[in-house]
Design a protein around this ligand. Structure first.
Ligand SMILES: Cc1cc2nc3c(=O)[nH]c(=O)nc-3n(C[C@H](O)[C@H](O)[C@H](O)COP(=O)(O)O)c2cc1C
Ligand SMILES: [Mn+2]
Length: 469
């Protein structure tokens, strides 16, 4: 179901419309609370994508919850089920696909410049009750260029409207966009930046993917969609952006300038505090005819950001893990900081090597690692819990690794220790090495596959409940 190559966001929305998975809100809504509440309930209940057509004080429609349910995320990539996802990602991204540059592009059909720029009239949503203000930058992708290598970066970082033409830019030091800025700042030069919203869903996915440094996310998008992305050069800089974007905001981030942005409701389910951050000055806006803005309400799992950041980062971590450790079969990371890894256990200490590799090869991401055997279905939490309760002895199987880099927003850590975490690994595999040491065999599993097979052959059609599965 679904497919991987979309021309633009509109094509994906039409697909959702045909699947009855798109809701139009045509009544006038208040950007201070109604969009917050409707998207909140929609995410929680895994409802449809939503278009808000008439927002008080704004002149343009807003799309929300676009990838805010598992089915839509998988449709966007044309993948049927999560158990295919990691391997399919690996297969498609074995080779990057460079983009190509067009002369004319839909995203430059219309122009807003100078005193006509007013961010409040473009997107004025307050996504959570106690946010510091309007946050148009939730699914806005910051596109920057490394001043040394020339490599392009695309990352999603929160942005807070501070005036008609400026935004607080919430990119922390560990992000690639901020690292580009740090280089410009050392050179004492303003950093050119383009911010885009409303793009084909693969752009959404790659811009929220944690990759190693010096990776051009648009080339991953090309690999995922199996065709180069069409790009166009910006009007004020030599940065290129996806040609079918609905909105392009061009501008600069000046060295040495900081303003307070935030707080903001975050993916942890807690408010992230206000911070002193660089400022994006918008100098020019281009957009398509009848443009649609794209945004997201961040919240605890289930949420759109948990899916978009979580799943793609999971695939990249899986790829790295496979290069480091043998016998890694699959990996699941839904709830922010937890990685569940399925292995074909080959030697004593294998699960612990997996934990070390997860902690060492991904920056500050997965503080909790659970390793299970190949007979466990990691896409069924009951099965994982089963392994945890029947294969673990805490004094032997729990590994604690103190003082690791952690996520700044992790509410389990007080402000005093921000950025630090403790690694916690559970070896939930059968302790086969212990049985072997004592010359014993591990207990035989009660699964009786031969009997199941025989019964299915004889009884399969008569087991009425089966059709409901
Ligand atoms: C809706 C949404 C909001 C996000 N906001 C932020 C943010 O404010 N700060 C941040 O560091 N990452 C944020 N992320 C996660 C980054 O997009 C992700 O870590 C990405 O890898 C960053 O790109 P980079 O690795 O090229 O720096 C957000 C992701 C989504 C989907
Ligand atoms: Mn990057």
């Amino acid at each position: 179901m679904g497919k991987s190559k979309w021309y633009d966001m509109r094509e994906f929305l039409s697909f959702l419309e045909a699947r009855k998975d798109l809701m139009h809100v045509r009544e006038r809504v208040d950007p201070g609370w109604e969009i917050n509440g409707i998207t909140r309930i929609g995410l929680q209940e895994r409802g449809p994508a939503i278009v808000f057509h008439d927002i008080k004080g704004a002149d343009y429609p807003l799309v929300a919850n676009m990838l805010g349910a598992d089915r839509r995320y998988l449709w966007a990539l044309g993948i049927d089920k999560w158990s295919d996802f990691n391997n399919e990602w690996l297969r498609r991204t074995a080779r990057m696909v460079p983009w190509r540059v067009l002369k004319d592009a839909p995203c430059q059909e219309q122009l807003i410049k100078g005193r006509a720029i007013d961010l409040h009239r473009i997107c004025n949503v307050v996504w959570h009750q106690h946010d510091g203000g309007e946050f148009p930058g939730t699914l806005s992708v910051s596109v920057t260029k490394d001043p040394e290598s020339g490599v392009l970066n695309a990352g999603i970082y929160r942005m807070h409207t501070l005036s008609r033409n400026s935004l607080g830019w919430g990119a922390p030091e560990y992000t690639h966009g901020r690292q580009h800025y740090m280089k410009y700042e050392r050179l004492g030069k303003p950093m050119p930046m383009a911010v885009i919203t409303g793009y084909d869903p693969t752009v959404f996915i790659v811009a929220s993917t944690r990759t190693p440094p010096d990776v051009d996310e648009f080339q991953i998008a090309g690999a995922l969609r199996g065709a180069p992305l069409d790009m166009v050069k910006c009007q004020l800089s030599d940065i290129v952006v996806p040609a079918t974007s609905e909105w392009v905001f061009e501008g600069i981030v000046r060295p040495g300038v900081r303003k307070i942005e935030g707080g903001f409701g975050e993916y942890t389910g807690c408010y992230g505090e206000a911070r002193s951050n660089p400022v994006f000055e918008v100098q020019r806006i281009t957009h398509r005819n009848q443009p649609m803005y794209l945004g997201a309400r961040e919240q605890w799992y289930p949420s759109e950001s948990a899916l978009s950041v979580g799943k793609s980062s999971q695939a990249v971590a899986f790829k790295t893990l496979r290069e480091l450790v043998p016998g890694v079969l699959d990996m699941r990371c839904d709830v922010s900081y937890e990685a569940i890894v399925k292995i074909d256990k080959l030697f004593p200490g294998h699960p612990q090597q997996v934990m070390d590799a997860v902690w060492g090869a991904t920056y500050a991401r997965y503080k909790h690692v659970i390793v299970v055997d190949k007979d466990i279905d990691i896409w069924d939490y009951d099965s994982v819990h089963w392994a945890l309760s029947t294969r673990v002895r805490a004094d032997r199987d729990v590994n604690i690794l103190p003082r690791r880099a952690g996520q700044w927003l992790d509410p389990a850590v007080s402000l005093r220790e921000k950025g630090w975490q403790t690694g916690f690994g559970i070896d939930a595999t059968m302790p086969t090495e212990e049985y072997a040491f004592w010359g014993e065999k591990p207990p035989r599993m009660v699964d009786d596959p031969e009997v199941v097979h025989k019964v299915m052959a004889k009884w399969g059609k008569k087991l009425h409940w089966q059709k409901h599965r």
